[in-house]
Write a protein that binds this ligand. Structure first.
Ligand code: MG
Ligand code: MG
Length: 252
């Protein structure tokens, strides 16, 4: 069962999401060839502490780090380590915090130096699909409309929509009900209501949508080795429509 949040509760989640947005904004601009994924993680950790929050992922089911860093064919849940980022890589950075008891969650995929036109297109289409999904977050619509919006935007490009991992409700916990798949049929699933706060997070592959989890029990990679991109926002559904709580546009 999912919970509806009051205006006051949404503003508490927004406080947490603002920190997420600020940290992601800063670290995304700092990614350069030669850094390790652990360097990116350390910077995210330090900024989180400086802003008075706690990393949400560190210790979550034993996850050891502040961010998930997923490079190239890694889809989600990559563990930061001594891997050196190379020119032409793309890195998905997924990051959440808890602040005064409330969670925020967001993800971006960024280029490392100059990347190919194929990489740029995959990132652009994936990010666009997130905004298409957010656009349908109107009370009375249904969860299937969200996934359908993602699918309709990415699949005509020959891209795959990952099935194994989904978005989620968020609030007092990092992952709450309901689940938000990135695929679906319009007019199906739970009805969206004002007061729902959800994390929408399309994971898109340049090839087949199937993924497998590596022996570290975390990192999900594409089975066919194709590139993957991941974007995520925490969104409040209100009677006036969707509000992107992890919005970064005012920071750019
Ligand atoms: Mg996330
Ligand atoms: Mg999430």
């Amino acid at each position: 069962m999912y919970t509806l949040k009051s205006e006051r509760e949404i503003s508490k989640i927004k406080d947490s999401c603002k920190i997420v947005a600020e940290v992601l904004h800063i670290i995304s601009k700092e990614v350069v060839p030669g850094m390790t994924t652990e360097d990116v993680d350390k910077r995210a950790y330090d900024l989180t502490i400086k802003l008075g929050a706690k990393p949400a992922f560190k210790g979550y089911h034993g996850f050891p780090k502040t961010i998930c860093a997923s490079v190239n064919d890694e889809v989600v849940h990559g563990i930061p380590d001594s891997r050196v980022l190379k020119e032409g890589d793309i890195i998905g950075i997924d990051f959440g915090v808890v602040y005064d008891g409330w969670y925020g969650d967001s993800a971006i995929t960024v280029p490392v130096g100059n990347v190919t036109a194929e990489c740029k297109k995959l990132m652009k289409i994936t990010e666009e699909s997130l905004y298409k999904a957010i656009d349908v977050c109107i009370p009375g619509n249904r969860i299937g409309d969200i996934g359908n919006a993602v699918q309709c935007h990415v699949e005509p490009h020959g891209y795959g929509v990952v099935r194994e991992f989904v978005g989620h409700g968020i609030g007092r916990a990092l992952h709450e009900d309901p689940q938000i798949p990135n695929y679906g049929k319009t007019g199906t699933g739970v009805k969206l209501q004002a007061g729902m706060v959800i994390a929408i997070e399309p994971m898109v592959t340049a090839g087949d949508f199937r993924v497998k989890v590596l022996k570290n029990n975390w990192t999900a990679v594409t089975v066919d080795g194709s590139l993957a991109a991941h974007f995520e926002h925490t969104v409040a559904i209100t009677s006036n429509g969707p509000v992107i709580l992890t919005d970064r546009t005012h920071l750019i």
